[in-house]
Ligand binder design. Sequence first.
Ligand code: PFF
Length: 435
Amino acid sequence: MAASGSAVGLGNIWGFPTNAASNGGAAFLFTYLLLAFALAYPALMAELIIGRHARANSIAALQGISRGPKTRVFAIFVGGLGILTVSFILSFYAIVSGWMMAFFLDPIARLAGAEQLAGWLTTDGEWRNGLFMLGFMALTIHIIRAGVRDGIERWASRLMPMLIGILLLLIIYVLTLPGAMDGLRAYLVPDFSQIANPRLLVDAMGQAFFSLSLGVGTMLIYGSYISKRENLPVTGSLVALLDIGIAVIAGMLILPAMYVALAGGVEIFNPDGSLVAGPALIVSVLPELFGAMGPVGLFVALAFFLLMTIASLTSSISMLEVPVAFAVEYLGMARGRAAMLVGAGVAGISLLIVLNFDPLFDLVVNWATEVSQPLLGFFFCIFVAWIWRRDAVLAEITEGAPGAQSGLFWKIWPLYVKFVCPLAILVVFLQSWNW
Ligand code: PFF
């Protein structure tokens, strides 16, 4: 539940549908499904297996499976880059999650008749962005201080079922509104002329890596908390299936909602004819739609932004856990202190981005998700398939999955992480530099 909570986040409910919308609808969906199962799932398994074997933070874990002084240095580099990357991801994620919290409070302010406050909550500004980012970081730090069982696991298992419930209710409601079917068509009817577009491939891979929280050590550290009795290939498949499933289902909410907004007179296309994506979609198109729904719109908005806030929180705690686990295990810090200090550091970077939004926000997002994450995924594959001893890998998998060496997973996965994944990641990665 916790690992699914990490995977399911803004990337699923926001990133996936808008990526699909701007990349030919179902053409993106197909490519995404292919890449998620063929590339991201094997990479997820690599992280879970290393983590459960080592029972430690990413740097110590990679060092533990290293075979000589050179690979030990490489381990520090890969683990360290992961910790840095996840801290940067959290620094922009907390800003966007802060917007979700502000938009969640907006309907409450309206119901209470505080129109001026509602206006402030929904207007872009440094004070609003800064304060809500800090509020969101405080929540994240609070859960992480409570530890793995009482913090992460307890909250993930409370919040995830709530998230799925709200998502399904919203879909049912939106699909009854005029215009929704056009949105469903735009989402599910493929425009295959897009499939050869290199941008589509790069976007789909970036999306798959981001969505499964890969490369940065999150899944490794969560793997280290999984019991040896657990069947890892099954656990990993459930996490991947739930994550992919929720992304696909979220598309059935966001795209129909956009077309409902269109039917209600809201502009959903950019001047160049493409669908509005990115921040404008969630903070302007959807609120306009909710606003046009009359009183019921207040409750729909409340449910929607609660959904977004919950999805963000179960992901942000998994991000903060990576540097905190490192500080606790490696530097010997107390957990509460580590959560406060690391959290404050990330909030500091976040504040810098808030104050210099235009140059910094896109730069940090692109570097972390399109450059660093796929590269780290590549390094993880190298570690597990080329550096770690094959019999040790098998021994780890068969814990909790006796007989795994004669199963399908062991027949396909090792070859996959050894050749197919690194090569494919590299090809797609180089593409992104080409264009
Ligand atoms: N998987 C999360 C999402 O889809 O929103 C984002 C994420 C979480 C990325 C944790 C990286 C990470 F370590």
